[in-house]
Write a protein that binds this ligand. Structure first.
Ligand code: DOR
Ligand code: ZN
Length: 418
């Protein structure tokens, strides 16, 4: 079965793309024979987004999300590969729990990998998983502060041991960089906090402390680290300063780029997330870091919770909101506005991610690559309506914002969104 996509905009040029047996067989100006043809005139084709940062809560928290709802959300958002996070019930801390997750993930409609937990308590479990040299593990996820789980590490000796595993097994450590002791210090300063205090409590200083700690340890060990959801200008400055000395990669999320704490008056707990939404100046610093190449990737941090849970008072409401369906459409809107080139978008949402985590033959449009493709048309526009989401988490701090919708999606050459 072969499929020819004609007259598409690919890498800035009008091209035809032949898909055969799930792979890209050809792209260029010729019109090779195919069983089926789809006209893509005026539409862009890019590699599907590889989202390294999604919390899919199957097994113990299916009321929040499962692999079916999450992967449907991924498809609607132009995401063709997801990496699942370990802070689930049960947490991905040993081979037994990873195997349970492997079973249930078979439902997924998109490709996937796992980020496995690295904590003080599971060093044996971690070693047990790593010694099998799993090819479905993307990274070791390390939390430096509690965030929807109590498993965090502030002990520098333990962090060193985790980094040694990372070096030995050649897997990056993905870091949630907020320093717990610092968060506790700032928590004590606020009586009766509301969501407007979230940014102060999980203070920018705590993010910077965490990032500096891990940069220094990684410098001494020599392993690769990946700072997830970089949120403040100080972290960007640190990463810039260490970039030549440490194998450090930097992720940002659409929410830390595009919105800030000022929106909390309007969206309340729907905008409660860790690390918190920061300031307009931080938005600018992140954009500048995209422009100068300090930022390597964009991850959604898709963190679904029930609407009812998010409607609880600030302290009881969980942090996080869905991102699979909004990330690429929001970024495409930035492309439309002229703030981001398609080329840069592709690098940040797929090519770099594939390279950093060692995914082969994805993240680019080239012969022999897997035909994971996202199609969009900059002439189209849509508005974010959480009620219409595929994810079970039907709320968003981006509600009502204008975006460019995803037009079509192919996963391994199969059209899954028309
Ligand atoms: O806001 C967040 N939600 N930050 C995290 O680090 C965890 C996530 C979740 O699991 O809900
Ligand atoms: Zn996360």
């Amino acid at each position: 079965m072969s499929l020819l996509l004609t007259h598409a905009i690919i890498n800035g040029q009008s091209q035809n793309l032949l898909i055969q047996d799930g792979l890209i067989a050809y792209s260029g100006k010729e019109f090779p024979n195919a069983d089926q043809t789809i006209d893509m005139t005026g539409k862009h084709i890019i590699p599907g987004m590889i989202d390294p940062h999604t919390h899919i809560r199957d097994l113990g928290q299916t009321y929040k999300e499962d692999w079916t709802s999450a992967s449907k959300a991924a498809i609607k958002g132009g995401v063709t590969t997801v990496f699942d996070m370990p802070n689930n019930r049960p947490p991905t801390v040993n081979l037994e729990y990873l195997n349970k997750k492997r079973e249930v993930a078979k439902k997924s409609l998109v490709h996937y990998k796992f980020n496995i937990a690295a904590t003080a308590e599971n060093l044996d479990g971690l070693q047990e998983i790593l010694s099998t040299n799993p090819d479905d593990v993307a990274s070791l996820k390390l939390f430096l502060a509690g965030s929807n789980s109590n498993e965090f590490v502030n002990d520098k000796e333990i962090i060193k041991r985790i980094f040694e595993y990372s070096l030995q097994y050649d897997l990056p450590v993905m870091i949630h960089s907020e320093w717990q002791a610092c968060v506790e210090k700032f928590s004590r300063k606020v009586k009766d906090p509301t969501v407007l205090d979230h940014h102060f409590i999980r203070n920018r200083e705590c993010a910077a402390i965490g990032t500096e700690v891990v940069l220094k340890i990684a410098q001494s060990i020599g392993n690769a680290i990946y700072i997830a959801h970089t949120s403040v200008a100080e972290e960007i400055d640190l990463i810039r300063a260490y970039k030549d000395k440490v194998r450090v990669y930097c992720e940002v999320t659409p929410h830390h780029l595009l919105i800030n704490e000022l929106i909390l008056n309007e969206v309340g707990n729907y905008g409660k997330v860790n690390p918190p939404l920061r300031t307009p100046k931080d938005n600018e610093a992140l954009w500048q870091a995209i422009a100068d190449g300090t930022v390597n990737t964009i991850g959604s941090d898709h963190a679904p919770h029930q609407l009812e849970e998010k409607n609880r008072p600030y302290l009881q409401a969980p942090s996080g909101f869905p991102g699979l369906e909004t990330s690429l459409p929001l970024l495409l809107q930035e492309v439309k506005k002229g703030n981001l080139s398609v080329e840069k978008l592709v690098a940040l949402t797929s090519t770099h991610t594939a390279n950093i985590f060692g995914l082969e033959k994805v993240g680019a449009i080239a012969p022999g690559y897997r035909a994971d493709l996202t199609v969009f048309d900059l002439r189209q526009s849509a508005v974010i309506r959480a009620q219409e989401f595929e994810t079970k988490a039907k709320y968003s701090p981006f509600e009502g914002m204008e975006v460019v919708p995803i037009d079509q999606v192919f996963v391994s050459g199969r059209q899954v969104l028309t």
